[in-house]
Design a protein around this ligand. Structure first.
Ligand SMILES: *[C@@H]1O[C@H](CO)[C@@H](O)[C@H](O)[C@H]1NC(C)=O
Ligand SMILES: *[C@@H]1O[C@H](CO)[C@@H](O)[C@H](O)[C@H]1NC(C)=O
Length: 532
């Protein structure tokens, strides 16, 4: 009897471990640092809980990706962070503020130009990092021998795409931003007449001038792809990939695109069978706050609390802007929680709590929260929609202007610009958000629509990730369109022939006069063949 118990226990342990060791698949993950990591991490936690074995490639100098985790095994490699640093974004912020002082038509192009200069440097670094990785035969052998079942990557940066393609792994993208803009512009047809190009700050109903602007932005982004992004990798592709490979072709070969978008937020537009929508998948029901923060929330009484966070990338707003915001907050009957790094503003009121980090999702889901002052990053926007909290936007960089524009058009947000921000402007906009009921009504309506889905975005993401593992790809969902040359894609060759024939028919009476009579017989025979 005494040795039955250990045997029984061993058996039980084996049984318990089975789903982990035998149903689990090996997933190689190349994430993007910063706020994108929040999206990847939440997906990795879910995949881990389903028994998958996860390996994450990260930079030894990573900002947010821990090297030790219970969810994954980390491997240090050379990445973008090794050569880029966060001050870069602060400098960029100053340049963007300069751009926004120019006329409305010009400023979006000015900003796109800033991003171009960043893209140029970034892709050169990434191509070098990619080459270093592929050159390292010991490291590559290790990856090959690991026999991964899937590459899961955020294609915002390109290392995962290069590595996954080289290892010939089925590939799933967790994506919103790729190349020169929003993911759809790479994978789906995007009619410029009603699909606003990323960075253009336009919407889906454009007048002639706006469509012209949209077209110019589109042409700019095509040029960027072909003259800035593709050349950065030409050397790498020549050495390691079949002839004709470029970044676009590798990206378009990815099996499933988990796109962090919901059409509650994004303008409706054409899509593709291998595009799966998971916008808001990181949002969860609010968990209880730490005691101190909860006490602060409760101390606000009926007035409630304003939550402010400007995201993970930018640490320093211009000093006068910070002072104006702090002074405006001091006038409010509400309390304020402000995620803030840097020198404490002198005009700070006693109703404002500065914190270095805040549990954003839990705060937005708190019943005392009345408004969200945000920079307009995608994560924050979806959390605001999910929890139904109206937004006062202070856009700083990248897609934030576009994101806030979308919420504003739906009557769920106001937007102020840092270039000319005064205490009065900020206070007026914030009071408007807090006191006009329509902002709350509109965002709660968006929230209700966003939650009204047959399957939660997270379950969708997991299903399709495992679908690709089960079926070793998703080839049946791939469009043949990408392999066509551009003139065939738009049927220009067919168009030219049809127009030529039409022109010939219309001009026939004229021809009859011109063409010698002995040829006319043959011409008639030809026409007869065509008719029958
Ligand atoms: C990876 O980098 C981290 C620092 O981010 C370091 O603590 C860790 O020791 C490194 N791991 C290896 C195996 O070098
Ligand atoms: C906060 O400041 C206001 C006016 O500046 C003052 O009336 C109030 O008593 C202060 N509250 C606390 C808790 O110090």
């Amino acid at each position: 009897m005494s040795n039955i118990i250990p045997v029984f226990l061993t058996g039980l342990c084996l049984l318990l471990q089975r789903p982990i060791c035998c149903n689990g698949n090996k997933i190689l993950v190349v994430p993007v640092d910063g706020s994108h990591w929040i999206n990847m991490e939440v997906l990795l936690q879910e995949l881990h809980s389903r028994g998958h074995d996860i390996t994450v490639l990260r930079s030894a100098k990573s900002w947010y990706i821990p090297s030790k985790s219970s969810v994954y095994t980390a491997i240090n490699v050379t990445m973008l962070e090794d050569e880029a640093d966060m001050d870069y974004y602060n400098k960029m912020l100053r340049d963007v503020v300069e751009c926004r002082r120019s006329s409305t038509f010009i400023q979006t192009f000015c900003q796109q130009y800033l991003i171009t200069s960043m893209l140029g440097k970034g892709h050169a670094i990434l191509a070098r990092a990619g080459a270093t990785m592929l050159d390292d035969s010991v490291f590559m052998k290790k990856l090959q021998d690991a026999n991964f079942d899937l590459m899961l990557t955020d294609p915002g940066l390109t290392l995962g795409i290069i590595l996954g393609s080289y290892l010939k792994l089925p590939m799933v993208f967790n994506v919103r931003w790729i190349n020169t803009g929003e993911a759809h512009f790479t994978i789906a047809p995007s009619p410029i007449s009603y699909v606003p190009v990323s960075g253009s700050e336009l919407h889906d109903q454009m007048d002639f001038l706006e469509r012209t602007k949209n077209m110019l932005h589109y042409l700019y982004s095509v040029a960027e792809q072909h003259f800035i992004i593709n050349p950065a990798y030409s050397n790498l592709f020549q050495r390691y990939f079949p002839p004709g490979t470029d970044m676009l072709s590798l990206q378009r070969a990815a099996d499933i695109w988990l796109v962090r978008t919901d059409f509650v937020f994004e303008f409706p537009r054409p899509t593709m069978p291998n595009v799966v929508y998971i916008g808001g998948f990181q949002c969860k029901k609010a968990r209880p706050l730490p005691d101190e923060l909860e006490a602060f929330m409760q101390s606000s009484g009926d007035h409630g609390v304003v939550v402010m966070s400007l995201g993970t990338l930018v640490s320093a707003l211009p000093h006068d802007v910070t002072e104006a915001i702090a002074a405006a907050f001091a006038y409010l009957p509400q309390k304020v929680v402000w995620r803030f790094v840097g020198e404490t503003p002198s005009s700070l009121g006693n109703n404002t709590l500065l914190v270095k980090w805040l549990p954003q999702n839990d705060l937005l889901g708190h019943p005392k929260t009345r408004a969200f002052v945000a920079h307009g990053g995608t994560n924050g926007m979806y959390e605001a929609i999910y929890h139904g909290v109206p937004v006062l936007g202070v856009p700083l960089l990248f897609d934030q202007f576009d994101n806030l524009h979308r919420l504003k058009l739906r009557g769920a947000a106001r937007v102020v610009e840092t270039k000319s921000l005064t205490k009065e402007d900020f206070l007026e906009a914030l009071k408007d958000i807090l006191e006009t009921p329509s902002y709350l009504d509109n965002i709660q309506r968006l929230s209700q629509l966003h939650r009204d889905q047959p399957i939660s975005p997270m379950d969708t993401a997991i299903f399709w990730t495992e679908y690709v593992i089960r079926n070793k790809g998703a080839a049946t969902l791939h469009s043949a369109g990408f392999s066509l040359p551009w003139y065939s894609y738009f049927c220009l060759d067919v168009g030219v022939v049809i127009m030529a024939i039409t022109a010939a028919c219309i001009c026939r009476p004229l021809w009859n006069k011109v063409i010698p009579s002995e040829w006319r017989g043959e011409w008639k025979v030809l026409l007869w063949i065509k008719r029958s």
